[in-house]
Design a protein around this ligand. Structure first.
Ligand code: ATP
Length: 890
């Protein structure tokens, strides 16, 4: 038995469900328990234990552990145990970091989990796709990713792209007829919709016949599960860089060991010191901390309603030089109210309680004026929205705001969907799509007459009209009529009103069209409605912020030029001399011609989604890093091609969301601005801790190297080196990762996409501060040793304290691209806490008796502490003070 061969009643009885009722909530819950969630099983993840053990597979760590064990055998128990403890703690830290990174990535996935529309006891509800069960009645529409295997029982112009299953990239036309053949391939089962495929056109309804791993997709799940590469460009660069740094650190360590041996130090202790140094100085944890900084930043973005789907885009966000944004719903509120109606050359103002003939002061109730009634009734008839009764006589508007606005205006004249359904039955629908810019329905009245009712963009409808209703009669449309319509469109558009026209076409008996393009012509133009859609209040400021941040903003809309331009002006998006280009002109230009002008276009109006790709490509050829928004299926190619593809969270289709790297939870332009700011900040924070960690490591290596070259004893013992690595590299570095933005991040130009990690002076800052940290520490060591020549432990304690304090002071310097004096050191509470706890830990190992033995420390005198603090301050304040002095002189 194949599902595609069965008639509806049999399917209903096998699955114990009804197409017009669906399942009850109880039944669904029962089946969900039985069948399990509607999900493809994922490849097994690394277990926690393996992940923990993986922290120790690093070569140098293994060498250190081996050397430590050896020292344990040689009788240095205390040292050996302490070193092993520190290494284990380091491992735990790495493990926690990695787990956290993984968890936040997983929660990102949850956020973009798909939903499905199912029928519950006769009512449509939206549920998580994973809760769908067999027997559920579901509906799918253009832009959806099909959530389960479905036997289709109702379809309207349904096309599904099934390449994931069949390899066929041309969408398959679907229908709801029974197929009789026995062994049909998936590609030929035209009355089935399969999990994971994409609806590219039309709508459909059907009953779920398989879920989860039992679906066709489930059967091949193991073939398509590939680990997605989530590494960002920066992470990849760091990985390469990490290799160079490891080599460099090893080389320097070998140098330290060699110099030490040549100076007469004993080989074994030099090797242990060298290996510890290598473990401390190799920034093996850098990629993990970068991931955490990215993940934490992403979490912060989620709180601001920007959901990052692809981690690399966090970095790219900071490079964005242009944002191409949809108008309706993103720049505007998508709260539509019809305020003007035009028909047969007459205009009405729509008030709260009725209609006033413009310029006359006469109120009409709409029931009397036929001219008005037709425009209102047709717009309500060709309409998928509904007004549901809410509390105390209010309405709940369900559906597309453009359509609900039309229902409300009709209601004001006493016309409702219910009253219309007494006169007309809808027989067929050609759904709206933004390329045609219209939708239409075929209706039949009580006398059996058929008619096509169309609503859509007025200029488009006018061009398809051969007739017009004028003087209450159907007449051939003349140029003069067209001029009057254009005037009306212009008048409404320049008040920033969105315009919708209605037109009709009587059909002869039996006249039927399978395709919209054949039906929607030779129309009779009826009239226009103009609706207000106010700009979102916060958008104007966001656009100003973007401009200050060197980011150009471009409006791309399907709406009319005049409407688009007047909203752009309201939002200050259209500068003096900036161009508004229409889709028709854009379509004519070849790439070269477009490149010549694209820099100066600020508004693209009456464009089709297909045009967006052309715009993205042109801007990219001009060297821009492009962020592009979209919501529909046809937007997907442009979203994919853009450097940052942005999909709408509320109105966006699954297809658009899947193509995107960022989803706006609230569809709001202001959220893009916040995301860019956060993206810039995350990158700066990553630079901050790279700078901190590497300068610290340079300092650690140089202390040892200087000592060996100067013929001094070891300034730090291995356990101290490892402790410095654990304490100062751990918390303070992570706190830098969540540092606040410098207040000028949105006043800087966008970062160059090609920019290297060490650009803008970072490399110099690392080397110079690292050098100073090393020099200051060795100086403190040397002075103390001079004073207490036979008490090496005192000098080592001073060196240890100096190195730690120098790093803990230096961490504040890393917060600013300019200098330490530019920022309030107490602003980042986490950092202050991290530094205080590090200082406490330092005091503990220096002053708690049993630990003194393990860490080879002694308490210091006040004079020695003054020396420590003085030396530790030099690396941070010397250069900053010098720069300040230089600026003062200038
Ligand atoms: P944006 O691209 O900024 O979201 P938009 O929503 O105006 O702008 P489309 O949705 O492509 O873009 O709409 C284009 C035109 O189609 C609108 O200007 C309007 O005239 C018409 N239109 C929009 N929605 C409908 C609808 N539901 N039915 C009929 N016509 C519509």
């Amino acid at each position: 038995m194949n599902w595609y061969q069965l008639p509806q009643d049999e399917i209903e009885s096998i699955l114990n469900s009804r197409l017009d009722e669906g399942l009850t909530k109880n039944e669904q819950e029962k089946r969900l328990k039985l069948d399990g969630p509607n999900q493809l099983e994922e490849v097994k993840k690394q277990s926690a234990i393996l992940m923990f053990l993986a922290q120790f597979k690093d070569f140098m760590v293994l060498v250190l552990l081996a050397a430590t064990l050896l020292s344990g055998f040689l009788g240095e128990y205390l040292d050996a145990i302490a070193i092993i403890l520190i290494v284990v703690m380091n491992g735990i830290l790495g493990f926690i970091q990695e787990r956290k990174a993984e968890k936040s990535l997983a929660s990102l996935k949850e956020l973009s989990a798909p939903t499905a529309q199912v029928l519950r006891e006769g009512k449509w509800v939206s549920i998580a796709a994973k809760d769908v069960v067999t027997g559920d009645v579901v509906k799918i529409k253009s832009g959806d990713r099909v959530g389960a295997d479905i036997r289709l029982l109702k379809t309207s112009g349904l096309q599904i792209e099934e390449s994931a299953l069949t390899g066929e990239s041309v969408p398959a036309q679907k229908h709801n007829n029974i197929l009789t053949a026995d062994e049909l391939t998936l590609g030929d089962q035209d009355n089935m919709a399969f999990m994971g495929t994409m609806v590219t056109r039309g709508t459909g309804q059907g009953i779920v016949v398989a879920t989860g791993m039992k679906t066709e997709m489930g059967k091949i799940a193991h073939l398509i599960q590939s680990a997605e590469n989530l590494a960002t460009p920066l992470q990849m660069k760091l990985e390469q860089l990490g290799k160079i740094l490891i080599a460099l650190a090893l080389l320097l360590t070998v140098l330290v060991v060699l110099a030490g041996v040549l100076q007469g130090h004993d080989l074994y202790s030099m090797i242990l010191a060298g290996v510890s140094l290598a473990v401390a100085a190799i920034p093996e944890g850098l990629p993990a901390i970068v991931t955490i900084a990215l993940a934490l930043g992403v979490q912060k973005m989620i709180r601001k309603r920007a959901i990052v789907r692809k981690l690399p885009s966090v970095e790219t966000l900071g490079c964005a030089t242009v944002i191409c944004s949809d108008k309706t719903g993103t720049l505007t509120q998508n709260k539509m109210t019809v305020t003007r109606i035009w028909s047969q050359g007459r205009q009405w103002i729509v008030n709260d309680d009725g209609f006033e003939v413009a310029g006359s002061g006469i109120n009409e109730d709409g029931k009397r004026g036929d001219k008005l009634t037709e425009v209102l009734a047709y717009a309500a008839l060709c309409n998928n929205a509904t007004l549901e009764e809410g509390k105390n006589g209010s309405f709940i508007e369900v559906g597309d705001p453009t359509e609900t606005a039309l229902l409300v205006s009709a209601y004001k004249a006493g016309i409702t969907k219910e009253s219309l359904s007494e006169q007309f039955t809808i027989q067929h629908e050609f759904p709206f799509d933004s390329t045609r810019k219209m939708m239409s329905v075929i209706v039949q009245d009580t006398e059996g007459n058929q008619m096509l009712v169309v609503k859509g963009a007025p200029d488009v409808l006018m061009e398809k009209s051969d007739y017009i209703v004028w003087d209450d009669k159907k007449q051939l449309i003349k140029q003069a009529h067209k001029e009057r319509i254009k005037e009306a469109i212009y008048a409404l558009g320049s008040q920033a009103l969105r315009t919708i026209a209605v037109a009709v076409r009587p059909l002869k008996e039996g006249e039927y069209y399978a395709q919209a393009s054949f039906a929607e012509r030779s129309l009779t133009f009826v009239g226009l409605q103009g609706m207000m859609d106010p700009p979102r209040p916060e958008v104007e400021e966001s656009i100003r912020d973007c401009q200050t941040a060197g980011i150009k903003t471009i409006m791309i809309t399907g709406d009319h030029v005049v409407t688009a331009a007047s909203i752009a002006k309201k939002l200050n998006m259209l500068p003096e001399g900036g161009r508004v280009m229409e889709g028709a002109e854009l379509a004519q230009l070849n790439d070269e011609e477009l490149d010549k002008v694209s820099e100066n276009v600020y508004v693209y109006a009456r464009v089709s989604p297909e045009h967006k790709l052309k715009i993205v490509k042109s801007l990219q050829r001009k060297g821009h890093v492009v962020a592009m928004t979209g919501d529909g299926v046809n937007d997907a190619p442009a979203i994919k091609s853009a450097n940052i593809g942005i999909a709408m969270g509320i109105t966006g289709t699954d297809v658009a969301k899947e193509a995107s790297s960022l989803v706006l939870g609230d569809d709001n332009f202001a959220t893009i601005r916040s995301a860019i700011e956060e993206g810039r900040n995350i990158y700066e924070n990553i630079r901050k801790f790279i700078r901190y960690l590497l300068a610290s490591n340079v300092g650690e290596i140089l202390v040892m190297l200087f000592a060996m070259i100067m013929g001094l004893p070891l300034p730090l013992v291995p356990i101290q080196i490892l402790w410095v690595n654990l304490v100062t590299d751990g918390l303070p570095a992570m706190a830098l990762g969540v540092d606040q933005a410098e207040e000028d991040v949105m006043r800087r130009k966008p970062r160059q996409a090609k920019e290297g990690v060490f650009s803008r002076g970072l490399g110099w800052k690392i080397v110079s501060r690292g050098f100073l940290i090393g020099a200051a520490t060795i100086l403190a060591f040397w002075v103390t040793l001079k004073e207490n020549p036979d008490q090496l432990i005192v000098a080592q304690s001073v060196a240890f304290a100096t190195l730690v304090m120098a790093q803990l002071i230096h961490v504040f310097d890393c917060r600013s691209e300019r200098s330490v004096f530019h920022r309030n050191p107490f602003q980042n509470g986490y950092l202050v806490l991290a530094v205080i706890s590090s200082i406490l830990l330092l005091l503990v190992v220096m002053y708690v008796q049993p630990l003194q033995e393990i860490f080879h420390t002694v308490p210091l005198s006040l004079r020695q502490w003054l020396l420590v603090m003085g030396m530790a301050s030099i690396p941070t304040f010397a250069l900053a003070g010098f720069q300040l002095f230089k600026r003062e002189i200038r």
